[in-house]
Design a protein around this ligand. Structure first.
Ligand code: C2E
Ligand code: CA
Ligand code: CA
Length: 703
């Protein structure tokens, strides 16, 4: 195209026609050819040129709506010349098109040498701009809004968390569904529209669905809702809540169903239920659920005249697991234990955890009167296999108490209390056993509680006294030592021996107070004798296993020794084999510290517990005290073997041996023959008050 023709076209453009210097611009214009259907530019694109159509037609559209047509002599894209580079509409050729392209760069050059051109340009453009906008507004606003609304609405339907179905009136075939429905069910929308509504449920026959619809059809209900299970294309299911409505206004009436996936809600409900009724660690029924079920069982048993049993179960050495392996191992232990019980009980019975190491079994509708004890025995057998914790085998057992409805109580509280009492009895007899509740147990517990109260008073009022029993050399029959044994001068004159009250004291802090008192008195006695006779006799003081728990035990002993100014050679600690073995590491540590102070160590009741030879080597020991049970019938072959064994081991290890509970000359001679070092027992003397013992050791002496 020559310059003249171009100039001619430029002069057709309203904002250019009156401007000078158009020749120079026309020299820089380019010719563009655009085939039919091609876009000149698209809405949103950046552009930096305008076009004057020299032949052909184009249409202008926004958001798929044609808003204008342009033909030969008209122009497009002029906004680009003013730096408004984002195209506000799309332009497509509807015929083959030729056009002159004026590039922004050349236009701006033109403008710079024709500054006056700016004003008319701006006026024209602004005017046209407004015109265009008005046109767009009036023509399309309504439609645009409508489209927008529709789009928004269908997007909402698709985005909604609920599945929406529109159903065919007679067959309940799905005619329309939203994309949530297709997503949830795993069908395509097309597949869904050839499906009957009842088919998306796991179990909802057409008849049943139809029945639900009747209330809607006869308008007796405005809405029908129910819970069900949706079935996905792959066969898996999920819980849903279905709401169906009829829109009678439409003809035929429109039926639509809104289906909500309630998996989360159900999971939350289950979780809340789990929290409220199940133990979070073992997932066993918790106290709440146990009580609930017990309530139901009792009500049923009352109506049908049947029996219910409650088994209270407490682990015998759970504390050891926790203390030695840590709480995490303790938790692991409880979980393993719960697993072990799976399948042990009848379905309708209950195995639950009350907390800590307290478990419970509820048995109902008991026909066989031995069933509860058989169950208890089954529990005991179940515990025979050791648990495996942190790669180590660990033995544990239950103490079980059984109470029966209605004979041992008619309400939950009484039955719980009485099964607990029976359980304590089982525990007291050494654990790993069960006891049926007996009414005498109740009295026993009461008298025990009374005794504990009295003991507190006894400690406060110093109602105790120490007696001393001689330890005699078997070859020379000379008294070489004493054992301090506590006596309770009960103000009522009641005779309560230490074998009764010491175990009670051990269950509370009382034992520590008793130890403080005993140790102080024994040390005082040593000091007194040293003062009186220039020497004393070694005194053995009994240390309870519970004392190992005291962090400053050794420190305290050291303090008393120093303040009383006594020689530690006069002191011996007697601690039972069982106490040492139930907490071996701590025991070794503490006993070694005693040894370092110069205090001697005696292992009491030796042979009645279980000590591995490996440990015996590690323990800092001076003396083994052979348990009196072997001495009583020492001529019995098996006892003889044991006594002989203990003495041999003791000699090999370099310990001394003492036999306790020696009552007869025969026992004395027998032990002497076996080369036992010392004896203690009524044969020489029972434990006596200090003054009487004094006469025995230092007859006729005293300063
Ligand atoms: P144990 O340490 O084994 O004490 C020996 C028990 O046997 C004492 O009973 C003693 O009186 C008794 N006994 C002594 N010789 C004979 C005998 O020839 N035949 C018979 N059948 N028995 C004899 P006791 O004094 O009743 O003490 C019982 C247990 O109470 C003691 O057993 C000890 O474990 C504990 N105990 C006594 N005093 C104390 C104390 O001050 N502190 C602590 N922690 N425990 C003590
Ligand atoms: Ca003792
Ligand atoms: Ca003993």
């Amino acid at each position: 195209m020559d310059n003249k023709t171009t100039l001619g076209f430029l002069k057709q453009v309203d904002f250019l026609k009156s401007l000078p210097g158009l020749d120079s611009l026309s020299a820089n214009c380019k010719e563009r050819f655009l085939p039919k259907e091609e876009f000149l530019f698209k809405e949103g694109q950046t552009g930096d040129a305008m076009y004057i159509i020299t032949s052909g037609n184009l249409e202008v559209f926004k958001e798929n709506r044609v808003i204008a047509h342009r033909t030969t002599g008209e122009y497009l894209g002029e906004m680009a010349l003013l730096g408004n580079k984002i195209r506000s509409a799309s332009v497509k050729a509807t015929t083959d098109v030729k056009a002159i392209e004026i590039h922004e760069k050349y236009f701006l050059e033109f403008l710079s040498i024709n500054p006056k051109a700016f004003l008319p340009l701006f006026q024209t453009l602004a005017g046209r701009w407004k015109e265009d906008l008005q046109k767009i507004d009036s023509d399309n606003l309504e439609l645009k809004n409508q489209i927008k609304l529709n789009q928004r609405f269908s997007r909402l339907l698709d985005d909604t968390v609920n599945e929406i179905f529109i159903l065919e009136q007679d067959t309940y075939q799905i005619t329309q569904a939203n994309s949530k429905a297709s997503q949830n069910l795993g069908y395509t929308l097309t597949e869904l529209t050839s499906t009957y509504f009842n088919e998306v449920f796991q179990d909802l026959p057409w008849d049943e669905l139809n029945e639900k619809f009747q209330n809607l059809i006869d308008k007796s209900l405005a809405q029908v809702s129910f819970e069900n299970q949706n079935k996905r294309k792959d066969g898996s299911t999920y819980p849903v809540e279905v709401r169906i409505q009829y829109l009678h206004i439409e003809d035929p009436p429109l039926i639509y169903a809104i289906v909500e996936d309630i998996s989360d809600k159900k999971a939350m409900e289950a979780h809340i239920k789990e929290l409220a009724f199940y133990d979070s660690l073992t997932h066993l029924p918790n106290r709440n659920l146990i009580k609930d079920r017990f309530d139901i069982m009792l009500a049923r048993a009352q109506r049908s005249n049947t029996k219910v049993a409650i088994l209270s179960m407490d682990l015998d050495n759970f504390k050891v697991v926790n203390d030695s392996l840590g709480h995490e191992a303790g938790d692991q232990f409880l979980v393993q234990l719960a697993d072990r019980f799976e399948g042990t009980l009848r379905k309708e019975d209950t195995f639950g955890r009350l907390g800590g190491d307290d478990f419970v079994i509820l048995l109902h509708n008991i026909k066989d009167e031995y069933f509860p004890t058989k169950m208890a025995q089954r529990v005991i057998n179940l515990m025979k296999e050791p648990m495996e914790l942190q790669g180590k085998k660990f033995h544990s057992s239950f103490s079980i108490g059984i109470a029966l409805f209605p004979s041992d109580g008619e309400d939950i509280e009484t039955l719980f209390k009485n099964s607990d009492i029976a359980m304590y009895q089982a525990k007291e007899s050494g654990g790993n056993s069960y006891r049926m509740y007996e009414s005498s147990m109740h009295e026993k517990i009461i008298s025990r509680l009374t005794l504990e109260q009295e003991l507190w008073r006894a400690v406060k009022n110093k109602e105790f006294e120490l007696h001393y029993q001689p330890k005699v050399n078997l070859s020379t029959d000379k008294v070489e030592g004493l054992e301090a044994l506590i006596r309770w001068n009960h103000p009522d004159g009641k005779k309560v021996g230490p074998d009764v009250f010491i175990p009670i004291a051990e269950e509370s802090r009382l034992i520590h107070k008793i130890w403080d008192w005993t140790f102080q008195v024994a040390c005082g006695q040593i000091q007194e004798w040293c003062h009186k006779y220039g020497e004393a006799v070694k005194i053995g003081i009994n240390l309870s296993g519970r004392q190992f728990e005291l962090p400053d035990l050794v420190e305290q002993v050291k303090n008393v020794i120093t303040t009383e100014g006594i020689h530690p050679k006069y002191l011996e600690i007697e601690v039972t084999e069982t106490a040492v073995m139930s907490n071996v590491q701590v025991a070794i540590d503490i006993l070694e510290q005693f040894r370092e102070l110069g205090v001697q160590i005696s292992i009491d009741d030796f042979g009645s517990g279980y000590t591995s030879l490996g440990y015996l080597k590690k323990l800092p020991i001076d003396t083994l005290k052979i348990d009196h049970s072997f001495i009583r019938d020492c001529t019995d072959n098996s006892n003889l073997a044991i006594i002989q064994g203990i003495i041999t081991i003791s000699q090999k290890m370099g310990f001394k041996t003492i036999a306790e509970g020696v009552e007869t000359q025969e026992q004395h001679d027998f032990l002497k023959n076996l080369e036992c070092d010392q004896f203690q027992g009524y044969l020489c003397s029972k434990a006596l008050p200090a003054q009487e013992i004094e006469h025995l050791i230092w007859p006729g002496q005293g300063k």
